[in-house]
Design a protein around this ligand. Sequence first.
Ligand SMILES: [Zn+2]
Length: 446
Amino acid sequence: MGIDFRVRDFFYPLGIYRLRREFERTQWLSPEELSAYQGRRLTVVINQSYDHVPYYRSLFRKLGLRPSDIQGTDDLKKLPLLSKDTVRNGGADHVADNAARYGPVTYKTSGTSGSPLRFYLDRNAMILEFVYYWRHWSWAGYRLGDRFAELGSSYFLHGRGLCDKVSSWQPHLCRLMLNSNRISIFHARDMAGVIRKYRPKFLKGTASSVYFLALCFREAGITDLSFRAVFSNGEVLTPQYRAMAESTFHCPVLDSYGHMEGVVAVSQCMEGGYHINSDYGLLELGDPGDFPETDPTERRVIGTSLHNLAMPFIRYDVGDSVEVPTESESCPCGRTLPLIRVVHGRSEDIIVTPDGRFITSMFMIPEFVEGIRFMQFVQETETRLYVNVIPDGSCGEKWREELLSCVTKFVGEGMDIRVRKIAEDDIITDASGKTRTVISYVDAGC
Ligand SMILES: [Zn+2]
């Protein structure tokens, strides 16, 4: 899930300008030049980690390694994989002792398994995120200052009096915010009305929010709206999601894949190629035998920060997988950033509320509530939602009220919300052993 286009992002115009120029060049580099670019950035990250991050200093010493032993991507394998649990349990040991000089900001993500993770991103990471989005969008003709619409829920949940609003126009960012928690056939005409009024050229949203917006427009007979491109992120874009969005909005959908931790980014070009942004982070593919039950082209995603120095992640196991081509391929767009075939990332169910709304962003709730180590939402009937939780014991029962209030903001008063504490063994997993944050037994029409 990306961080993009907020006022704070414009605080570093010089850094943005420099990296933008760099990224305009690096997308066309030869494989050797790209590898050398990664190597240079990796050296900075490794030196910083060894000199200033307690976890890595201790790890290098334990393994008898010096920073000079990691000269390139091949040498990274001398270090072990970094799991989310290690980061979660290690706490401050993963933060550089000189982090303050890089302008760190705390972030919390729900991850893909209902267990929140806290970490720092620095100024360089913010600039990177902005420039990465800018470049990707420009592949579809976007120019800074163009109007765009964005489907989201956080903005409306946090803003005073915004919770029930359908939309909000932000002239300073040229952005039309559309409340993804208000997607329903009943609100379709209001949403279409503001799109006609502000005429955004592009639409951004998670794959499911874009799909359900398109579905509701179809059901309401709204067929006259179009964009130059739709940018989908945050979830797996299924062929069904893509087909519905492309036919309703009369434009291509450009998919992308990444995480707030900022270690890997994959984005789709107008020719349909899924490009690994090798200048953004270092994506290392896991061993071919990691998924013996499936296609041998499926490989684990392991990412290494190339820009964030306040809290670098090295060989971070993000918990997803990708399918890679059997031999190296080139993209008709001419960009040399390597290609993958398919991303197996987040895939959540949708909650349908009693008043007919499609809630696509329940998976974000763990980010908003303190004191809970694990959370899983299970919609059993149209009016009953169970919230299964494992508290972390840090704040007694204080989390309960906060959780109920937050869930009610998403699903409304008409839903019977039942919170129940569960044991580790009660966590529901799917056939492949993956844990989803949102499970629904109610047909949402997808
Ligand atoms: Zn391409």
